[in-house]
Design a protein around this ligand. Structure first.
Ligand SMILES: [Zn+2]
Length: 414
């Protein structure tokens, strides 16, 4: 846990300065379907039925549409205080599964959207090979996502050649059910040192059961025993853990990416936060399915989920007795290793004139920001020395939203 002092908000003439927040898990294209999967399709609706709706949207994405949707959601992220984003990108190919002329075309649409908006992008091309732990081939709807290892590594190298101050390239293993063991070992052996590696690990009880049945171990248990998991790893939705797995992740130094609003939306389950903090675990948050694009809401619900199940208050405390400070210290501590970007000079300016911040001090600012009302408090956002948000609005918000609106109408008509 870093010293909260290093994160102390600074009172400037025009507001409170606080560090930018890293978004550790995003599927940008899902912004286009946020709010459109909230009608019952089956009495037993779950993650798995939601996934069918998601596949239908993925099918419609073109490079241009992905660019427009990503620009919109990245602008929203900046307006909400996210200054770095880890994009877990798996819609690689044409709808029939054949690569584009440039196999990186969809990835480059995301890079263009990030550059346009000014957010720092950690692009994580996803390796997706099988439809389950039993090694079954991808379904027709999943063929856009698939790679053999050689083609995957070529894509990774082509993207890595474009790295600069705004772009880092890491690796995403979709999940243990989608990446066979031999492929996992081959990819990891080919990576340069310190490459960020992200993986969906234990989001669903069903995948824990399948992993137990076919590999005789729970997913996190298997991963820790079979892969060199360290501080450069990010385990996304490590929701279903036993006590040994909690201790094992914490010992490894890996970061857990929690997405409380998406996990609530999908009915995934609750992460054992208090036990993980007690073990010294590292964690951050992500907007994932984009049903909410707000670090404030993620952090608030991370804490509230724990309060609801324990029937106690003020659960996420550590070096500080303040929940807000502890939460902000947690996301700051994991940002550099999960994104591959050093902690830079990205900062946010909170509106000191907002009634919610009346009489605020450096000691209570974090709690007021996270736990007080829903009025957006961000006036400005600065990334790499560039002001990208002023008076709460992204500087290109109007043009980006117009393009997004036209794109969405086209997608929904298709
Ligand atoms: Zn995800």
């Amino acid at each position: 846990m870093p010293e909260p002092a290093s994160l102390q908000p600074i009172r400037a003439d025009d507001g409170w300065r606080v560090p930018g927040i890293a978004n550790l898990h995003s599927h940008a294209f899902q912004r286009a379907m946020a709010g459109l999967a909230e009608r019952r399709t089956d009495p037993a609706d779950s993650f798995w039925t939601w996934r069918e709706t998601m596949y239908r949207f993925a099918e419609r994405m073109t490079p241009d549409a992905l660019h427009a949707v990503a620009a919109q959601v990245y602008a929203e992220m900046l307006e909400a205080g996210y200054t770095r984003v880890c994009e877990f990108h798996y819609v690689h190919h044409r709808p029939d599964g054949n690569p584009y002329d440039d196999p990186a075309e969809m990835s480059l649409a995301l890079v263009a959207a990030a550059r346009e908006t000014g957010i720092r992008l950690t692009l994580l091309p996803v390796l997706y090979m099988t439809g389950g732990f039993d090694g079954r081939p991808l379904s027709a709807r999943q063929r856009r996502f698939g790679h053999e290892v050689d083609a995957y590594l070529r894509l990774f190298e082509a993207l890595r050649a474009r790295e600069d101050e705004g772009l880092r390239v890491g690796v995403a293993l979709h999940s243990l059910r989608a990446v066979p063991e031999a492929a996992l070992r081959e990819v990891l052996a080919a990576l340069p040192a310190r490459t960020p590696v992200h993986i969906h690990i234990a989001e669903q009880v069903g995948e824990v059961q399948d992993c137990l049945a076919l590999r005789d171990a729970r997913p996190v248990e298997w991963l820790l025993a079979n892969a060199p998991v360290d501080a450069h790893w990010t385990l996304v939705h490590a929701t279903h853990l036993d006590a040994a797995e909690v201790a094992g992740i914490a010992r490894s130094g890996a970061v857990v990416a929690l997405c409380p609003t998406t996990e609530a939306n999908l009915g995934d389950g609750l992460f054992p936060l208090r036990a993980f903090l007690d073990a010294g675990g590292r964690w951050g948050v992500g907007s994932d399915s984009q049903i909410s694009v707000s670090p404030v809401e993620e952090l608030r619900w991370l804490e509230y989920g724990q309060r609801l199940v324990t029937r106690h208050r003020n659960i996420a405390v550590g070096a500080s007795e303040s929940v807000g400070e502890t939460l902000l210290a947690g996301v700051a501590d994991s940002a550099a290793s999960a994104t591959g970007f050093a902690d830079g000079d990205d900062w946010l300016l909170l509106d000191a004139a907002a009634p919610i911040l009346a009489g605020a001090t450096a000691q209570d600012l974090a709690d007021r920001w996270i736990f007080s009302g829903n009025r957006p408090l961000l006036r400005e956002v600065h990334v790499a020395g560039r002001r990208v948000v002023a008076e709460g609005r992204h500087l290109l918000a109007e043009a980006i939203a117009a393009d997004y609106g036209a794109t969405l109408r086209r997608l929904l008509a298709a």
